[in-house]
Design a protein around this ligand. Sequence first.
Ligand code: IPD
Ligand code: CA
Length: 272
Amino acid sequence: MAMEWMPILLECVQNVGRNIAPLTKTANKPGPSLGVGAGGDPIRQVDLAAEKAIVDTLLAHEISFILISEESGIIRYGDKPEENYVIVDPIDGTTNLTRGIPFYATSIAVSTKPELQFVHAALVSDLSHNVTYTAEKGGGAQRNGRKISPSTEDSLDEAVIGIDLNTYKVREIAPRITGLLEKAKHIRHLGANSLELCYVADGTTDAFIDIRGKLRVTDTAAAWLIINEAGAKITTPTGEPLNARLDPREKVTFVAAGNSRLHKIILDHIKA
Ligand code: IPD
Ligand code: CA
């Protein structure tokens, strides 16, 4: 019988909230050096506490799995680890968390193979607002259990468009989107890309773009399914289906939009 993942993922995120609560107030204070995570960024205590909550919850349910985490990298648990790949960004938006900006998330995706296209269950939880986005393949996407759908906005004058330009390669990247920046009236970047993709899934915003080549697949895997199940569109910047190897070092670039018309308009304004 197929396993019921959603109650377990919801329990994981409850335990993340509990484990990180004592750390959130002091997260900006200097702590012991914990090295660099598998994704390439310095590890903070709060990231490890969140990851531990997820792993401990899965082990308490006697689940065999291969963990693919931004912090600890790839670790095999249980007798038959190849049965489940669990792709985790324990805290997406750590800088926001440490600075007291209430916009950060836990992202967990479950896949049958180490490839994005095989993700079948997903959760992204906005930890400071108790809002959780979920999706299972073929079952639509939900926000706190209620079905969501994306926006129908297709005008660059009206659309709220997230763009992550947070990169040292800005001289290379920015000229590719000058046409879009000139026409779009409402540009945002909030600092937790998994959650910003969920905002496209439920129509809070109309599009989100990350063409830097810097974002890890661990931050994107869960939101990828949520976007697709909500009926929004996500492709590479040249319009190909998005796929990637599930590995903490693997990077993705994408254009996500609430509907195909806006998606095409945005692609037309991006230089390859
Ligand atoms: C970061 C956030 C941020 C993006 C960075 C990511 P992290 O995730 O998603 O919005 O600009 O590229 O690394 O490091 O806090 O998990
Ligand atoms: Ca992270």
